[in-house]
Design a protein. Sequence first.
Lengths: 443, 303
Amino acid sequence: MATTRLRGSTVIRRLLTGVAVVATIGVLAACSSSSGGSTDGKPSGKLQLLVSSSDATDAGFRAINAAFEKKYPDVDVVFSTVSNDNYPATKSSRLTAGNLDLFVVKGMFETPSYAKDSATDDARLAAAGGLVDLTKESFLQKFTPTLLKSQAIDGKQYSVPTGVSYYTGVFYNKKIFSDNGLKVPTTWSEFTAVVDTLKAKGITPFGMGGKDSWPAGLPMLASVASLYPNAADKQQLAKDLWTNKAKLTDPTEVKVLQQTEYVLQNSQQGAAGADYTSIPSGFAAGNFAMTVDGTWDQPTIDAAVAKKFDYGYFPFPGSDDAADNALLNGKTELQLAIPTSAKNKTAAMAWLKFFSQKKNYELFLEKSGFSSAQPDISTSTFLQSISKYTATYQPAWDQIWFANNKAGQDAVFPFNYPALKPLGSDTPEQAAQAAQKAWTAAG
Amino acid sequence: MADTFPFPKRTPVRVTFGIAMLLLGVFGFVPAVGVLVASLTDLRGLPGLPINFIGIQNYIDFFSPAKWADSANALTNTIIFAFASTVIQIVVALAIAVLLNRKLKGRNFYRAVVFMPTILGVTVTGLVWSLIFNVSGGPAASVLSLFGAHSAFFGDPHLALALVILVQVWMVLGVSVIIFLSGLQAVPEDLQEAAEIDGASAWQRFRNVTVPLLAPSITANVLLGIVNALQSYQLIYVLSGPNNRSTQVLSLLVYVQGFGGASGTTLSQSQGYAAAVSMVQFVLVGIVSIIALIILRRREAKL
């Protein structure tokens, strides 16, 4: 009986199997089909664009894409936006599959000789010939030469900077400040006095999204910006740490962690478990008076505040000498590169050229909130309000420091802010000792 | 007929088993060997970069003094996570299964409710519990505030792992309950009746009749629980992020090293090192599973 039934259904099964196989092959063939692109120099076909996401920059890219498609109706921009944490994995798989024409690269800077084994992934990719050399492209000349110089690999240009962000400053609620007779602090003692006044009035000084870990690193970077005010000071510190001339347990290094802990301890209840994305709404609701954040978040904060009160941004005053706290530190934002494996280089190159044109670039800056990477570009009112803090570009500590792949997590950044209470369970001194131990062990 | 049922000829057997072996070989065995080979190289996440054979350097690094604090932390968390979630899961699942095996009104509805979290999947479960434990205005925070208390929940290094274990148990409980229920339904009624006539109390019947006859179900649940927990990282990733030391487990370390990089650092991806960590994890899963299997089988044999 069983035999008959089996044989009776065999034809149907084979038919179904056949259909499934044909369908699968069809789907796979469709997936692997070329994204097209022309050979006559006129952009056409699909343009695969991958970026790491934030609401503001996504809006900027979408606006550029729409304008680009209007100018080049034969091009279909396939825009993918992926969260920062998932970006490396997505980039890796898309590059391996060969379906990327334009994408965001990170860590495009020359590796110093003392850290030669710690080159970033994208710098390695550029050096291995994985990125298209853009050095001779005329559109690159529109960008600020010092920014281009800082992103050169072996003297060559592989990416287009989309803007500059500053992230060693503090957003503050001007209404809370004026209601309590507070002024923008310019030294550490003034800063602690502001915090004390706020606490005495029952106002939470800081908002912090500690669950994502990296936002808690912003006060650390801000403190380094004050305690090591020039790029040369930071470069010397990085070199001294790598060559073991400086120790992470030295007084100034511990002070960085103490100031970071100070912000953490004076943040809202449950800050260690709060999402970064919840901070703008908390700030807008007046739940806290300040938040240490990057200028990239200004469009989001602005939308959340919705003109209910005025807000401002001042450099984190970690030093007792106001001159050391005069400038914000920043980085070149979302650099775009074309992989050599791109199927539609023509459209990718046309997109970069289109993006670099003044009118289009201004549109991007308006949406993204970035500071301009090109000279002579009009900027937003907010960016104008902080222009005295950005008169001279100073790179932030994480743009100078090279992490040691051999070292443990305590010595990754440094400074070891994830170990501090309430994110971890250490005091600044214990965190510094753990970092120094991990650093020494890495040799 | 009985000898050859359901395949009257050898050909279909060979073909079906052949296809299965081929699939297992291509998608299971070959990648496994590939991971072993990759663990001996400095393979990185991006195509086109040179790959060098570096021997057992990745393994030396994993056990090196510089990395040992992280490796030991991940190993400890992995073992605590696997042990605690498996034990709690089995105890709770058995209790629920016994309850749902009784003649209750709306029994099927309760069974569906218990099984539902299994269908939700990791990401949805993670998001649901992230909202429940949201520090600002989430239900758990609101309940705590009634008592004047507060907590950072997944941000609290002393609490995060316990909460992740709770969510893991909640998520996988349904499958264990189903396995126990099927086991319970195979326990003959007459044995229970005989024990009852002999004067055994409810607890004695449960302890001396039900549990021994459930031994195969317990074995299946323990093994599934251990293997599942030792390999699980997605839930932890969604709930407490990729770089939280208090919930860092081996499989999450593999993901972060192989595919994540660390946000805000120049740390590069290292799939070679990730492969080495996954081999360590493989050995750990293998040893724990084999020991558990030997103990449980011996127990089954005794019965």
